[in-house]
Design a protein around this ligand. Structure first.
Ligand code: SF4
Length: 418
């Protein structure tokens, strides 16, 4: 690694990537682990050489598979759609009308061309890396009452909270035993975890040398600042919809403007930001989805996170219809066209909609996945929506299935020790 003005240049098999120097006195020539553009830790030479040895041949093999699967094939497509995709290939910004035309596509050959173009864009701009973050759901208490959410405060579900030591123990298992290098700590908006507890949790986990994402809802700016100082470097905070009327109906007692302001604030603090929305909310139009995509980009999202509405029992939206899978895949593809270099997550909600969709999402422009590392006795209580795809999955089995899937399509999993 080379360093200039707090920015390091990391050499990864001949590719050069810039990282913000955030840590532990790393010097030129050190081996380092970086994520989301942030240097997370230095890596002892022996460990680094073992990792590089493991990846040496596999890295180039995977790239070949990815390049093969990223080809765009000729297909019967209208001139209007071809003209839009040509704009994408020329790296020109799409208009809202272009995006709207893509949302209207229903012919299988045209959909195939859209997804292949999105996958090719992902490959050209981001290569074959795929983030695999572990997610630990540490509390299903929430002070809010969002209409779409199975753990809203008025749901009569069994509640749990992990103690600070339990969170540390589970994080340690995910890092040391399962090899995760990026962990998402997620809960409802639960103020039982005050600044003191959250700072302690983050400090102790940061010592394990991982990127810490926090997903704890709308807490105070001061708390987000303190938790940053303690070592958290990424925030998952969705705005859920850019349509204020829908927002106010579905998230009583919360303010759209305050939510957006908080997302901007955490970005200004230096956090890596994952944000996004729900696809398929009642009353939502394609125009809302386009505005959602553009808002995600304008907020400077490092990672786009959106998933379909899965109606949860006992909530006001329990009788809503599931959104069309193609609508979610189109949203992935259009997000890729709008934000070529971003990470785009295939969410568990999408996988819940259809178990095959994880692969389809990755081949429609996505390049990020999360694996649930919450112990089963708690996972089954974190029921934001029913029949979650990861509900009964053994964690190690899930990791194996995920890495097998990624290898089969030429992606190199990052953030998980291999
Ligand atoms: S969506 Fe988030 S804030 Fe709303 S009720 Fe569910 S956990 Fe709470």
């Amino acid at each position: 690694m080379k360093i200039e003005d707090n920015i390091g240049t990391v050499d990864y098999f001949g590719e050069h990537r810039k990282v913000f120097m955030d840590t532990d006195g790393a010097k030129e020539g050190d081996y380092v682990y970086a994520q989301g553009g942030v240097l997370i830790r230095t890596v002892p030479e022996k460990e680094a050489l073992e990792t590089l040895e493991f990846w040496k041949e596999r890295f180039f093999e995977l790239k070949k598979v990815d390049a093969r699967l990223s080809k765009v094939h000729d297909s019967q497509t209208s001139n209007a759609i071809l003209a839009i995709l040509q704009k994408v290939n020329l790296k020109r910004a799409l208009t809202k009308e272009d995006m709207s035309a893509l949302y209207k596509v229903t012919k299988p050959e045209e959909l195939k061309l859209i997804y292949e173009t999105a996958n090719s864009t992902r490959q050209k701009e981001n290569d074959n890396a795929c983030c695999v973050h572990g997610i630990l759901e540490f509390s299903n208490h929430c002070r809010n009452d969002c209409s779409y959410c199975g753990i809203r405060k008025s749901s009569s579900i069994k509640r749990y909270r992990m103690t600070v030591d339990e969170i540390i123990k589970n994080a340690e298992y995910a890092v040391k035993e399962l090899g995760f290098k990026a962990l998402v700590l997620q809960s409802g908006e639960d103020t039982w975890y005050d600044e003191k507890k959250l700072v302690e949790i983050v400090r102790r986990i940061r010592k394990m040398g991982v990127l810490i994402f926090i997903s704890i809802g709308a807490r105070s700016k001061e708390l987000y600042r303190k938790v940053y100082e303690a070592g958290a470097r990424a925030v998952l905070l969705r705005f859920e919809t850019s349509n204020r009327e829908i927002f106010e109906n579905l998230r009583p007692g919360t303010s759209f403007e305050e939510r957006i302001d908080l997302i901007k604030y955490v970005k200004s603090l230096g956090y890596v930001v994952a944000t996004g929305f729900i696809v398929g909310l009642p009353g939502e139009t394609d125009n809302d989805l386009i505005n959602n995509i553009l808002l995600t980009k304008s907020l400077g999202a490092d990672m786009h996170s959106f998933g379909p509405l899965i109606p949860a029992e006992g909530t006001p939206l329990e009788d809503e219809r599931l959104p069309d899978k193609q609508k979610v895949l189109k949203t992935i593809a259009i997000s890729r066209f709008a934000d070529r270099e971003a990470k785009i997550l295939v969410t568990t909600a999408l996988e819940t909609l259809d178990r095959k969709t994880r692969k389809e999402g990755l081949l429609a422009g996505a390049n990020s996945i999360m694996i649930n590392v919450t112990p089963p006795e708690y996972r089954e209580l974190y029921i934001i929506y029913p029949n979650r795809a990861d509900k009964d999955k053994d964690i190690k089995e899930n990791i194996k299935q995920t890495t097998d899937l990624l290898y089969s399509i030429g992606r190199a999993p990052t953030d998980i020790g291999l």
